[in-house]
Design a protein around this ligand. Structure first.
Ligand code: TTP
Ligand code: CA
Ligand code: CA
Length: 549
């Protein structure tokens, strides 16, 4: 594929009779968790900081990378390489009675905490929300589309804004902003595409400066004509730099780019393509669509890979500044029996999810309609072997107006778990993972209306904080109760709420709603449980989904 082909694919029409080149920015925080911890602990900007989870490094600050410490390094190795020059911080943990692990001292038994505590990413989520808000406020007044892509990265489509700037100022010669690199040759200001990317670089600098000024976090950015190229670019000159990939440089660039570095090819899909004997995008351009399809099975995947390795990506920047789903989950080292999951982990996860939903509702004025419970375990195959699978099942999310929402989430989850244990004989308990996911968000304006009709509350805030109600999001209260007391209390509260809740559900959500059934990836299994849907319990509305590992 020639660069002309790439050029052609990167053109979009934003105004009748006028075709312009897209300008897409990709912003990615440098060593994100490490920067958050550095600021939280008031450490100097050049501090060597390593954030670990249990014994493994998750985020490594750039000064710490100089010691040879990498993501995935074991904490003993981190200590050996960095000595006392490195600050090791454990991610926040919740649950269990023991204090969180302190890995700066060689704490005995830290490993055991894995199965009594779980990590909380609240700090990083909060920082993420603050950062994105700052970025969006920086873009206010601009014609730009902002898409949150992960906890620490975002795409920004600045095509229309660049278009305006070109119209106003044209391609006047001016220096590129500081900390800007260009892949390939220098920009050619007689080239329309290069001029547009230079304007994109100005906007990227504004965004990065805003985040730096507000929070002292450095951001790296990529500036190019589509999401794939800009994401690749942002990682090229980290930290605290921005990189332009001009269209002219694309064919040459792709020749040597490892497949795994491309958006969407870092995981399983990339691995399957590599199995065809290629390791770079350039090599992969030798593969025909047919070859790709016969290996990958699906025409959609073949097309995606065929385009990606040529630097072609027509996917749009979707206007989205919030997460699509909220997940509270726990993986177990070894396996976990059902009763412990039910008594210890599900209450903790339900609390966490309810709390996060509440914060999310206040911030984003929305609420989730679907609750999905997933767990990972062995499953018997028809050949008499077993394989690891993640099974999930959805239920209607208890409404936000209800007191003790966490109790409802808990009882719903417990129902699902028990049902599966009882009725899905192909699965072998215990399990190695359990997760509660909130999805299917809608504006709270509509959600509130139907809820308040049933619960007669003035506002959600009042309901959640109503005096005397034992909301399980109140941690200070929990701290003085034993786990058993909390559990009993939850069961009681849960029973009290059940009737009102069922009324709400029956009234407001059709049993066959698209919301609870559609849009999942994975093999859908119409199980015995699913076939009985509609008869009674809240979880029988939904389909059962099994995804093989
Ligand atoms: P990344 O953006 O992949 O990495 P990073 O920000 O630490 O470093 P870089 O400067 O190279 O961008 O991930 C963002 C955060 O997400 C990271 O700080 C820690 C967390 N994370 C994990 O917990 N596990 C993982 O496997 C990855 C990839 C990231
Ligand atoms: Ca990052
Ligand atoms: Ca990232």
């Amino acid at each position: 594929m020639s660069s002309v082909g790439v050029l052609h694919k990167s053109r979009v029409s934003i105004e009748e009779g006028m075709t312009v080149l897209s300008v897409i920015l990709h912003c990615d925080l440098d060593c994100f968790y490490a920067q958050v911890e550095r600021e939280r602990l008031g450490l100097p900007k050049d501090a060597a900081v390593v954030v670990v989870q249990w014994k493994m490094a998750l985020a490594v600050s750039y000064p710490a990378r100089k010691f040879g410490i990498k993501r995935g390094s074991n904490v003993d190795e981190v200590r050996k390489l960095g000595g006392d020059k490195v600050t090791i911080v454990h991610v926040e943990t919740i649950g269990g009675d023991a204090p969180p692990p302190d890995l700066n001292v060689d704490q005995e038994g830290t490993e055991d905490l894995v199965n009594t505590q779980k990590v909380s990413l609240a700090r990083y989520r909060k920082a993420s929300a603050d950062i994105f808000r700052a970025m969006i406020s920086c873009l206010s007044g601009y014609q730009a589309k902002f898409e949150r892509a992960s906890i620490d990265e975002a795409y920004i489509d600045v095509t229309a804004e660049v278009d305006q700037r070109v119209r106003k100022a044209g391609n006047e010669l001016r220096p590129l902003p500081d900390n800007t690199m260009v892949v390939g040759e220098r920009l050619d200001m007689r080239d329309e595409c290069d001029v547009r990317l230079a304007y994109g670089a100005d906007i990227a600098t504004e965004v990065r400066k805003k985040v730096l000024a507000a929070f002292s976090y450095t951001v790296s950015a990529g500036i190019s004509t589509n999401k794939l190229l800009s994401k690749f670019a942002s990682a090229e000159n980290k930290p605290n730099m921005q990189t332009i990939v001009p269209l002219r440089a694309v064919s040459k660039l792709m020749e040597d780019v490892p497949l795994r570095k491309l958006r969407g090819l870092g995981g399983k899909l990339g691995k399957e393509v590599e199995a065809l004997g290629v390791s770079t995008a350039g090599e992969a351009t030798k593969l025909s669509r047919e070859q790709l399809q016969s290996k990958l099975g699906h025409q959609k995947f073949a097309e995606f890979v065929y385009n990606s390795v040529r630097g072609i990506d027509e996917s749009e920047v979707k206007e989205r500044d919030k997460a699509k789903s909220l997940l509270a989950a726990k993986s177990f080292r070894g396996q976990m029996g059902l009763s412990v999951v039910e008594q210890t982990w599900l209450p903790l996860l339900a609390d966490e999810l309810a709390e996060r939903l509440m914060v999310d509702a206040e911030l984003n004025n929305r609420d989730a309609k679907t609750l999905t419970i997933s767990f990972r375990m062995k499953s018997a195959t028809s050949q008499g072997n077993w394989t690891m699978v993640t099974a999930s099942r959805s239920a209607i999310m208890p409404p936000i107006g209800a007191e003790g929402r966490s109790n409802e989430i808990l009882s719903s989850s417990v129902n699902v778990l028990r049902k599966v244990a009882r009725e899905e004989k192909q699965f072998t308990f215990p399990i190695t993972f359990v997760g509660l996911t909130a999805t299917n968000f809608s504006d709270r304006a509509t959600a509130n209306e139907s809820i308040s009709r049933y619960f007669h509350v003035a506002s959600d805030r009042d309901a959640v904080h109503s005096s005397g109600s034992k909301t399980v999001t109140d941690r200070s209260q929990n701290a003085f109760q034993t786990r058993e007391e909390i559990h009993q209390r939850r069961i009681q509260e849960s029973a009290d709420r059940a009737l009102a809740l069922r009324l709400h559900r029956e009234e407001s959500i059709p049993t066959d709603s698209k919301a609870t059934r559609g849009g999942r990836i994975g093999k859908k299994v119409t199980s015995k449980v699913a076939k009985r849907k509609g008869k009674g319990g809240v979880n029988t509305l939904d389909r059962f989904v099994v995804k093989k590992d």
